[in-house]
Design a protein around this ligand. Structure first.
Ligand SMILES: CC(C)(COP(=O)(O)OP(=O)(O)OC[C@H]1O[C@@H](n2cnc3c(N)ncnc32)[C@H](O)[C@@H]1OP(=O)(O)O)[C@@H](O)C(=O)NCCC(=O)NCCS
Length: 168
């Protein structure tokens, strides 16, 4: 595994915070004018990558995305806000949380649309894995997300092992 040089300095989780805003256009929707789930997953992937790049100061590839529940429908003309942040960095991988909100810009109200957790692996320009800096929680909320990330990593590893054994 390659070293990431001076990029290994521990960083506050908040340094990776990113926000992406999309206006839902007709090309993003089904014939009834509702946002396509696949388009939202694409935006979630991009929003997650922003936080992974900011934390690792490197390229990153998506290793996994957890299951996503779409809580409320989103329609053409809506404004979609995607907030992302690294929850925890391991060796070469990082868990990133993405929260998706829909904003009604007439009333100013916001509703939660979905939450997703993604794992990104830091790589160099040749695709070789890179070690990443620790992400340091500084608030109670960040500490909760930091601890949750370890639980989710263990649960998804167990699940991958279980599926592998079932295939053998
Ligand atoms: C993700 C990828 C880099 C892992 O490479 P690998 O050599 O198999 O990785 P390793 O087993 O050494 O694991 C490397 C890290 O990735 C994590 N990882 C690997 N597969 C994972 C998965 N399915 N989900 C979550 N984390 C995963 C490991 O836990 C490890 O984390 P750590 O270094 O922080 O402990 C590799 O499988 C890959 O390049 N996949 C394609 C990525 C891609 O193209 N994504 C875009 C979608 S098309």
């Amino acid at each position: 595994m390659e070293q990431n040089g001076e990029n290994l300095r521990p960083r506050p989780m908040s340094e990776s915070k990113s926000e992406m805003i999309e206006l839902v256009l007709p090309n993003d929707t089904n014939p009834l004018g509702a946002l396509l789930g696949g388009r939202l997953m694409h935006w979630i992937d991009l929003a997650g990558a922003l936080a992974a790049h900011r934390h690792s100061h490197s390229y990153a590839v998506t290793a996994s995305m957890d299951h996503i529940d779409f809580l409320v429908p989103v329609h053409v003309g809506d404004m979609v806000i995607l907030q992302s942040s690294v929850n925890r960095a391991f060796h070469t991988s990082m868990e990133v949380g993405v929260k998706v909100l829909v904003e009604n810009y007439i009333s100013g109200s916001r509703q939660k649309v979905a939450t997703a957790y993604l794992t990104f692996v830091a790589v160099d320009r040749h695709g070789r894995k890179l070690e990443v800096a620790p992400a340091v929680p500084q608030t109670d909320d960040e500490q909760r997300r930091y601890e949750g990330a370890l639980r989710r990593r263990e649960a998804s590893r167990n699940e991958r092992e279980r599926r592998k054994a079932a295939r053998a």
